[in-house]
Write a protein that binds this ligand. Structure first.
Ligand code: ACO
Length: 323
């Protein structure tokens, strides 16, 4: 059984926050942020919720694919900033798109879209599903410490989606996910672990990002380079067969370093981080949607998706564009 991406969609909050807007919270400026990250602005939700962004992206992907909600056999939502722990984002999406099928969330941090794509691809290849809706959505503004200049400038909110199908030419020609235990907790957002209702004396931690930026940088460069090389060798392709790479949009300096290590032109890396910053799980999904709508893809174009995230999770998929 083959599996293809047959439609994509994305949604961003309306509110634009520019680099210099951060001066109201921390000692920073546009020059530092842009030169260290490649980010100019990002979208931050004011009126939107995660489900409103995710549903918007999902409906656009279904329309792009020409598929109705009733035809979907499985919904996978990748997020770690859900509106609710239960119902899950995927179950809330069922109602929004009119689907009656199994639905679950997964959390692979910034690699969430690649993980969701990988799981959907394997459901289809095994014959367990014919059409899968994958949605990756995060609102990092919910877990941002706006008094920490080392992290607050990096993130944005957004959602992206794709429809996978057993019909079509089978354009997912490779997909693999990886994880290495991050024993140093280089990127950490506490969950509920400090909540003990019977012991109020224990210190409570806020659920906000703390990060060792250099550790993340080094591991992101190493892992993304390794995963792309492995994908090429296992799929029998070479660097010159790849027309575009859609990387996780964390930081332009990470992408510069990966491009140098792969001896690949930076122009082949599709980048939208200047507009949206790092939208975590959604970042590759939003970028794939923008690339697919840009008119730059032709039948036979090879697109490699790759991501790295907290955990450390990572993954790579290669699509041979079929439209
Ligand atoms: N504005 C101004 N100055 C700042 C800011 C800011 N927003 N942030 C940090 N600085 C200062 C620091 O306080 C420090 O000042 P000091 O020397 O007076 O102490 C100085 O800049 C250098 O700080 P470093 O942390 O060493 O800066 P570095 O050059 O390493 O850049 C950065 C930091 C951009 C975060 C870098 O480490 C990086 O790119 N890391 C990758 C992290 C990443 O992308 N994370 C995303 C989330 S994880 C993921 O998506 C997989």
């Amino acid at each position: 059984m083959k599996a293809s991406v047959i439609g994509t969609g994305s949604a961003l909050p309306k509110t634009v926050v520019k680099n210099d807007d951060f001066k109201q919270w921390v000692d920073t400026d546009d020059e530092w942020i842009y030169s260290h990250t490649g980010i100019k602005e990002r979208r931050i939700a004011k009126d939107e919720t995660l489900i409103s962004l995710a549903a918007d992206a999902a409906k656009k992907a279904l329309a792009d694919a020409g598929v109705s909600g009733e035809e979907i056999d499985l919904i996978i939502a990748a997020t770690f900033t859900p509106d609710c722990f239960t119902p899950t984002l995927a179950c809330m999406l069922q109602n929004e798109v009119g689907a009656t099928c199994p639905a679950f969330d997964l959390n692979a941090a910034c690699s969430g879209f690649i993980y969701a794509l990988d799981v959907g691809y394997r459901y289809i290849k095994s014959g367990a599903a014919k059409k899968v809706l994958i949605v990756a959505a995060d609102m990092l503004s919910r877990v941002t410490n706006f008094s920490d200049r080392g992290t607050c400038v990096l993130f944005g909110d957004g959602a992206g989606a794709a429809v996978l199908s057993a019909q079509g030419e089978g354009n997912i020609i490779y997909s693999k996910t990886e994880a290495e235990s991050d024993t140093k907790f280089s990127l950490r957002i506490p969950g509920l672990y400090s909540r003990f209702p019977l012991n109020e004396s224990l210190p409570k931690e806020e659920s906000v990002v703390s990060m060792d930026g250099n550790e993340i940088y080094m591991n992101a460069v190493r892992t993304m380079t390794r995963d792309i090389k492995k994908a090429l060798s296992e799929s029998g392709l070479t660097i010159s067969d790849i027309d575009y790479i859609v990387p996780h949009q964390a930081n332009s300096r990470i992408i510069d370093a990966v491009a140098i290590k792969l001896k690949m032109l930076k122009e082949k890396f599709f980048m939208n981080m200047p507009k949206y910053g790092n939208t975590s799980a959604a970042s590759v999904a939003i970028a794939l949607d923008e690339l697919s709508k840009s008119g730059m893809l032709r039948k036979g174009t090879h697109v490699a998706l790759c991501a790295f995230g907290g955990g450390f999770t990572s993954g790579c998929a290669i699509l041979e564009w079929a439209k």
